[in-house]
Design a protein around this ligand. Structure first.
Ligand code: CU
Length: 497
């Protein structure tokens, strides 16, 4: 097998860092910064990195479970009208205490690393004005939201520095764990990496009646990775997204979280721009109750949860299964992520009903499409159907209110002749989908609900039935490994009557 160093040399021969952004391996020294389209437009982000990226990349070591995991604060609306919650939030640089004893410059919503949580109610509107105080462009996408095109955070519809923009979210969709994040074209990977991400939860009366754990026992947890230098600065190297060894839960490295000996609903989000989390729980069982777009038809016991960038899974864990004073650890394949410390008893009248949400039958699909995701290491581009994203080009016209079958293939089994495959994933704006099969085989039970993001392994084909939705206009779909969408692995559909 080719070593990482060898690949970087190959990359050098084929034009700059060609292979470096794309191939996962261990040794990361001598990685060159990338001079792709991203960097032509980075001006004034907290750190750019002209010149060579520092060779030492591990940052200060943190003892696992030595810091407490916070729960992101829920934002209170500044105004509430009869049908709308109104917020105003700045998008601003700030300093966060992520690693013990060090300050980290970050980009934030409202000054908070992870961002404040917005709690919306189904069929009650949310209006948020974001004021861009960053010094460079940004915009906001509600990931998983079914919103009008003008409010979707189209990649080229950005908020200029010093300006504000209001986004209207109708919340006319079932309860779900959504999130909001930057989507400015070419900048999204770095902006999200540096902290422009937050939870957006839709509460739903139908869901409340089920009696699932709620209130303080309903905890959003954003998992992500990061690379720090020795001074505690975040290092963003799009040429090497796999070298981000520090695992964060709600913005803290491998923290602990004190829980009561009862059931909790944990809303897990992979807020990384690239990493795939493969999660197991040591000491208690996981019951998955929801995926990206809300509740599954029925709860599913899971031993292992795979979440690619942007995916969500809500699980119920009964910490009463552990002894008082005991621990339950959430692990990734790369190491422990978060330890739950069972510290007290508590009453528990919550339950997990055998049926959660009936799946309504979908209308027969009216169209079949094939999409192929691939990297172009020679030209440092990322493609869908051999084309790089062009906001002036409509890649498909689709009909409002219909469903379609999309077969999406990751053709990257051997990037640039390296012998290495690269995973991708696929995210649709506006439209939610059902995963019908992976390489012709049925999906895992936890993938059986409405989704908006799906992992596609090298060489794999996923078959999706896409519910286009009821809005008109242009929406993008893309690989949610944001270093790839920033290089063009994105297309757009136009929804017509
Ligand atoms: Cu990708």
């Amino acid at each position: 097998m080719l070593s990482r160093r060898r690949l970087l040399v190959l990359g050098g021969l084929t034009g700059g860092v060609a292979l470096a952004p794309f191939v996962q391996s261990g040794d990361t020294r001598n990685a060159q910064p990338q001079h792709g389209p991203m960097h032509g437009r980075m001006h004034g982000a907290a750190h750019d990195h002209a010149g060579r990226v520092p060779a030492v990349r591990s940052g200060p070591a943190v003892t696992p479970f030595s810091v407490r995991m916070p729960v992101p604060a829920t934002r209170i609306p500044s105004v509430q009208t009869a049908d709308t919650d109104i917020y105003r939030m700045s998008v601003q640089p700030a300093t966060a205490q992520i690693l013990p004893g060090l300050s980290t410059p970050v980009l934030t919503y409202g000054g908070a690393f992870c961002g404040p949580t917005i709690r919306a109610r189904r069929n009650r509107r949310t209006l948020i004005t974001f004021d861009n105080k960053l010094g460079h462009e940004t915009n906001v996408h509600l990931h998983g939201g079914r919103v009008a095109a003008v409010h979707d955070g189209y990649p080229t519809e950005v908020i200029a520095p010093g300006s504000g923009r209001a986004y209207l979210y109708p919340n006319a969709q079932p309860g779900a764990t959504l999130w909001y994040h930057d989507h400015a074209h070419h900048l999204e990977a770095e902006n999200v990496y540096r902290g422009l991400h937050g939870f957006y939860l839709i509460d739903d009366e139908d869901e409340r009646r089920l009696g699932l754990p709620s209130g303080g026992y309903d905890v959003p947890i954003m998992l992500r990775d990061a690379l720090f230098d020795d001074a505690g600065n975040l290092v963003f190297d799009p040429a090497d997204p796999y070298n981000r060894p520090t695992l964060l839960a709600n913005g803290k490295p491998q923290p602990y979280f004190e829980v009561a000996a009862r059931k909790y609903r944990l809303r897990l989000l992979n807020g990384s721009t690239h990493r795939v989390f493969e999660l197991t729980l040591d000491g208690a069982r996981m019951t998955q109750i929801a995926t990206d777009a809300g509740l599954l038809p029925a709860p599913v016991p899971v031993d292992r949860l795979v979440l690619s960038s942007g995916e969500r899974a809500d699980i119920v864990v009964d910490f009463g299964q552990a002894p008082l004073g005991g621990h339950v650890t959430l692990n990734d394949v790369a190491g422990p992520v978060l330890r739950f410390d069972v510290v007290r008893r508590a009453a528990d009248r919550s339950r997990v009903p055998a049926q959660l949400r009936p799946m309504s039958p979908m209308p027969t699909a009216v169209q079949d499409r094939k999409l192929v995701l691939s990297l172009d290491p020679v030209n440092i581009r990322a493609l869908i159907n051999d084309r790089v994203f062009d906001p002036a080009r409509v890649d498909m016209q689709v009909r409002r209110g219909t469903t379609e079958i999309w077969e999406v293939t990751n053709s990257d089994t051997n990037v640039g002749g390296s012998g290495f495959g690269v995973p991708h994933n696929f995210h649709t704006h506006l439209s939610h989908f059902l995963l019908l099969s992976r390489d012709g085989k049925p999906p895992l039970p936890g993938e059986g609900g409405w989704k908006d993001t799906v992992l596609i392994q090298p060489g794999e084909t996923v078959r999706l039935q896409v519910d286009i939705g009821s809005h008109l206009g242009r929406y993008v779909y893309h690989c949610h490994m944001l270093e790839h969408s920033a290089l063009g692995m994105m297309g757009q559909m136009e929804i017509v009557n």
